[in-house]
Design a protein around this ligand. Structure first.
Ligand code: FES
Length: 155
C-alpha cells in the first residue's frame, strides 16, 4: 500500500534523496515508489524546493515511462517488452493481458484494481517472457499462466 501524498512527507522525502536539481530523477523515482504517482501538487512542490520551473520538472516526468502521473491500481502488473521477452512472445502475452484485463498499457482498470505497464527487462531473460506482479517476478509466462496468476491475485 502506497502512502498518501502530503507536503510534509514529500518535503522529508526530497531531503532524504537530496534537495538539489541534479537529484531530480532520483526524487521523481522516490515519489513513484512512495506515493505510486507524481501528482500536479508534487510537481509544484518539487519545482519549488529545487528552485526549478514546473516545466523543467514536467519535462523529466514525461521523459521516463516509470513516472506515472495517475494513481496506480491496487495491483501492478508489468510485462517485459525487451528483446529476449519479445523473442519469446511477450507481445502476444501483452495483447492477451490487454484483452483479458480490459486495460491498455499505462492504464488502470475502472475499479482501480489493476494497472498494466510495460517494463524493459526484469533481469529474468533466461526465463522469458517475464512479468512482475507488484514486487514479484515470474518467468515463462504464457496466457494461461497469466490468467492463473491474475485469478490468484484477485483472491
Ligand atoms: S528481456 Fe525480459 S526479462 Fe530481460
Amino acid at each position: 500500500m502506497k502512502a498518501t501524498y502530503d507536503n510534509a512527507a514529500a518535503h522529508k522525502l526530497i531531503g532524504e534523496v537530496g534537495a538539489a536539481p541534479e537529484m531530480l530523477v532520483q526524487i521523481l523515482n522516490a515519489f513513484v515508489e512512495k506515493f505510486s504517482y507524481i501528482s500536479e501538487e508534487a510537481v509544484r512542490q518539487i519545482a519549488q524546493e529545487l528552485n526549478l520551473s514546473r516545466a523543467d520538472v514536467h519535462g523529466v516526468v514525461s521523459f521516463y515511462h516509470d513516472h506515472r502521473t495517475e494513481p496506480a491500481g491496487k495491483r501492478l502488473i508489468k510485462i517485459c517488452q525487451a528483446e529476449s521477452c519479445q523473442a519469446m512472445g511477450s507481445q502476444a502475452l501483452t495483447a492477451h493481458a490487454v484483452e483479458s484485463l480490459g486495460v491498455g498499457l499505462h492504464e488502470t482498470s475502472e475499479d482501480g484494481e489493476v494497472t498494466l505497464e510495460p517494463v524493459y527487462c526484469l533481469g529474468n531473460c533466461a526465463c522469458s517472457p517475464a512479468i512482475m506482479i507488484d514486487d514479484r517476478v515470474y518467468g515463462r509466462v504464457d496466457a494461461k499462466r497469466l490468467d492463473d496468476l491474475v485469478a490468484a491475485m484477485r483472491n
